[in-house]
Design a protein around this ligand. Structure first.
Ligand code: ATP
Length: 463
């Protein structure tokens, strides 16, 4: 057994629920190697039956990467930890390589976890990574504010919360970052005391990339103070973001309904219900959801829209969403422009960023295309919601077509056996940071998306 202070591993891991097994993402660098050994130490003492798999992604981008993956395999064998190497075999983009590698890494890690039936992935992100992330985002936001002539006080601050302690990936695997509160130097000390080596990725020192430049800038002068300030800022902003999310969630719960698939109605009382920042945040989340966009609409435009809504009736478009304020209420729906063209129905895809398609009939003859003008033939009874709006919303829903004939909307009549269509909460469908859990849950309930899987922390549930 490793000679590690029990208090350290207890404080890092005892709040995490490991009952469904865990993947440890181990690159072979110091941080994730320390993560693996500290975790193994904790599980051996407290829950030795826990299913643990270490996974190394070989991106195949450097000549040494295969050997580094093998070194992790050897370390795992020494400590009796099951290990898998997964190779990124697809084509590599010529620009934006770090971002593409990161996307692919998460996809492959989630796939490995899913294959084992594990809902949890642990990464070795540290306090140093957190400080770098916050300072890089702050630098970008300040640049943006200067370019647009805005004062710094207007910075949205959302990104300054940094990385969340847990992020739900693809609405199914929790990525947990237990080392976010620890400095890299302390982790390296742990490894040195155990006589365990690690690989130094030369990319981390390549100042052609933004993160290594920031890392180098923090290595000297007043780096220590800047890191402490960035961590304090992240802690403050993450609390603020959680609070803002709670406010938005409660407004959505009180004022939003869904009269038809793809149509959200907001009670106009929302506009004067209280905290304007929370109202605008709620609007941004609902707009991105209705439009099927992964990013929230711009803060300044959303504020302008809010101001116009307060002034009275309007019809406007933002984030691919038509906002229609009339006597019957404020209605949001996907605009008719730019909907996906007809295409063969494929399993496990997200259509238009809004609808997850599960194919039960793989005969291959089915097409998915917007319901379009076929919605005009639907009989819709007169109610509180104008039928024209319901038809317009349904026209932007995915319908099934076969041999040129519209079979109707999935979930109705004969089509339900062939295909299932489930709404997704677009802005959080790929990455849901735990800061945003409250609005994600309430929007999922509103639009009929799958519920958020429970947070893997003891004492928490997704309710
Ligand atoms: N190739 C990889 N295989 C598996 N996990 C990885 C890989 N690269 C990164 N990770 C995970 O993501 C975390 C953060 O990535 P980052 O690029 O900051 O790490 P690194 O500098 O390559 O390695 P380390 O964090 O181990 O020092 C790592 O701690 C690790 O958990």
């Amino acid at each position: 057994m490793l000679d590690i202070e029990p208090d350290l591993s207890t404080s890092l891991f005892s709040h995490i629920d490991f009952t469904s097994g865990a993947v440890a993402a181990v690159s072979g660098g110091s941080d994730s190697t320390a993560l693996l050994l500290l975790l193994k130490h904790h599980l051996d003492r407290t829950a030795p039956a826990t299913k643990l798999l270490a996974v190394t992604i070989d991106h195949g981008l450097r000549s040494g990467s295969a050997a580094e993956a093998q070194a992790v395999a050897k370390l795992c064998a020494t400590h009796g930890i099951p290990h898998r190497i997964v190779t990124w075999s697809g084509p590599k983009p010529s620009t934006g390589l770090p971002a593409a590698a990161r996307e692919e890494r998460y996809r492959l890690l989630a796939e490995a976890a899913q294959a084992q039936g594990f809902g949890l992935i642990l990464t070795g992100h540290t306090a140093d990574d957190q400080a770098e992330t916050v300072l890089m985002r702050q630098g970008r936001e300040e640049g943006l504010a200067r370019n647009e002539g805005r004062g710094l006080v207007e910075l949205s601050g959302r990104g300054l919360a940094g990385m969340a302690p847990a992020t739900l990936y693809d609405w199914r695997s929790w990525i947990v970052r237990p080392l976010l509160g620890m400095r890299r130097a302390a982790l390296r000390d742990v490894l040195r005391r155990q006589n365990v080596g690690w690989a130094d990725d030369p990319t981390n020192a390549d100042e052609a990339f933004e993160r290594p430049r920031m890392r180098a800038a923090l290595a000297d002068g007043d780096g220590a103070r800047r890191i402490d300030d960035a961590l304090a800022l992240a802690a403050h902003e993450s609390r603020a973001r959680g609070q803002l999310g709670l406010g938005a969630a409660s407004l959505i719960g009180d004022f939003a309904t869904q009269p038809a698939c793809g149509l959200t109605r907001l009670d106009p009382g929302l506009l004067s219900a209280g905290d304007e920042r929370a109202t605008i945040y709620a609007l941004r989340i609902l707009l991105a959801t209705a439009g099927g966009i992964a990013f929230l609409p711009d803060q300044a435009r959303s504020e302008a829209l809010f101001g116009r809504l307060k002034a009275g009736f309007l019809c406007a478009t933002l984030s691919r969403t038509v906002v229609d304020f009339r006597r019957a209420g404020i209605f949001l729906r996907r605009e008719a422009r730019g909907l996906p063209a007809a295409a063969a129905a494929t399993d496990s895809t997200v259509w238009d960023g809004r609808r997850r398609i599960t194919l039960n009939d793989s005969s291959g003859a089915l097409l998915i295309a917007p319901f379009g003008t076929a919605a005009k033939r639907l009989a819709i009874g007169e109610g509180k919601t104008p039928p024209s709006l319901m038809r317009a919303a349904l026209a932007a829903e995915p319908a099934l077509w076969q041999a040129g004939e519209c079979l109707g909307l999935p979930g109705h009549g004969t089509t339900s056996a062939m295909v299932e269509v489930r709404p997704v909460v677009a802005p959080f469908a790929r990455f849901l940071p735990s800061f945003d859990l409250a609005p994600a849950r309430v929007v999922a309930g509103l639009i009929g998306a799958a519920p958020v899987p429970p947070l893997p922390f003891s004492g928490h549930s997704a309710g």
